[in-house]
Each structure stands twice: as C-alpha cells, then as structure tokens.
Write a protein that binds this ligand. Structure first.
Ligand SMILES: [Zn+2]
Length: 206
C-alpha cells in the first residue's frame, strides 16, 4: 500500500477455512480475513476483489463477509455435495447489503479446464463490473488433476489464466495491486507446477 511493490506472492498462506472464532480444515488463523480487515480499517480500501480457486469452498472468507458489499467474491470449487466443507452452492450469492456481491461457481467431480474456463469467464465478468481497488487471489493447487484429497482435473493452465487475467485487471483499475496466497494442495508436483505458473504470469505482467 506504500507503493514499494504492487504484487505479492505468499505460498504459505490462504488459510480460507478458519473462522473468526475457531480453527477449521487445516487452518488456524484466517490470514485472508486479517488482510481484508486491515486493508479496510488501516488503508480505507472500499472495494476488494477476492478470488478463490482452491478446490475447497473458501467458507471462512465467504461467511465472514457474506453481508458485506465491499468484498466482491468469486469462488470456483468442487461442489460441496461431494467435498469438504459442503458449502458454496451457486444460490449463495451474499446476504443483506452484500447480496449479489458474491459468485459461487461449483464444479462437478471430474471437471477439467474446459468447465473451469467457462466458469472463470463468468467470474471475471463479475469482478470487472465492480472496479476493485485491490485483488486477492487464493490459488490452491488441490484443484489440479491427481490431488489425493479432491476430484477436479485442472491443469496449471487454469491457474495461469486466472493469474494473468487478474494481473491485467489489477493493472487496469487497481494501481496494479494484487496479493496472491498459495492455499491448499496435497501433491508436491502439482504445487510446484501451479504456483510457478502463477508466478510466471505475475512477473510477465509487470
Ligand atoms: Zn483446499
């Protein structure tokens, strides 16, 4: 926020299941929520884009800001009918003042890049309508094919596309500001492949 750097990548972060009052799903503290609260309280940021492509629904972020219009959220995940934490139905789009600010895009088990890219087109359009002042990406690698805990079949191209599109959005409307957090991923080769792809896109964008 001081301008020394516009984009950050923190692989050990993105603990999107922790709630304000309790740990959950391998996550003790919700660093994403700490960032969002800090951006608002300390820096006066009013429109934050939060994108979550970890295979699990980011329930700890979603429910903390469900009624909050300043967090414009897109979460693509394996359907909660099949996977922890069981939430993130497409009908959940925010409550009260936050109604319509959230977009949950669940995918069926076995879905690959084709289904992902179709969902992402909707997600990107949703973000572009809101002109965010900063972009946050949780790029969990557990959505790649072969993850031992989940059933999507994405390739690193999915992560690369999202990173590229978001970097462009950040550069266009948010003074380049983008914070990236690693999230989950339980196959080490997939972690390396997805996250180096994200980094490559970010480096190319600046
Ligand atoms: Zn996950």
């Amino acid at each position: 926020m001081a301008g020394a750097a516009s984009k950050t990548f923190q692989p050990i972060g993105g603990l999107h299941h922790a709630r304000r009052g309790n740990a959950a799903g391998f996550c003790v503290f919700n660093d994403l929520g700490v960032v969002i609260d800090t951006l608002r309280s300390r820096f006066g940021i009013e429109r934050i884009a939060y994108v979550d492509i970890d295979v699990h629904h980011g329930d700890g972020v979603f429910y903390a800001y469900e009624a909050d219009p300043s967090v414009i959220l897109v979460d693509i995940h394996e359907s909660g009918r099949f996977l922890y934490p069981g939430t993130g139905d497409a009908r959940e789009s925010g409550k009260g003042a936050g109604a319509g600010a959230k977009l949950n895009l669940p995918l069926e088990p076995g879905a690959g890049d084709r289904e992902f890219h179709a969902a992402w087109e909707q997600g990107l359009a949703h973000l572009e309508r809101s002109a965010p002042q900063i972009v946050i990406l949780q790029c969990g690698a557990d959505s790649l094919a072969g993850d031992p805990l989940a059933d999507l079949r994405l390739t690193p191209a999915a992560h690369g596309r999202v990173a590229r599109d978001l970097a462009r959005l950040a550069n266009d409307v948010a003074e380049g500001r983008m914070m990236i957090f690693g999230g989950g991923g339980y196959d080490l080769g997939n972690l390396a492949a997805a996250w180096t792809r994200v980094l490559a896109e970010i480096l190319r964008s600046s």
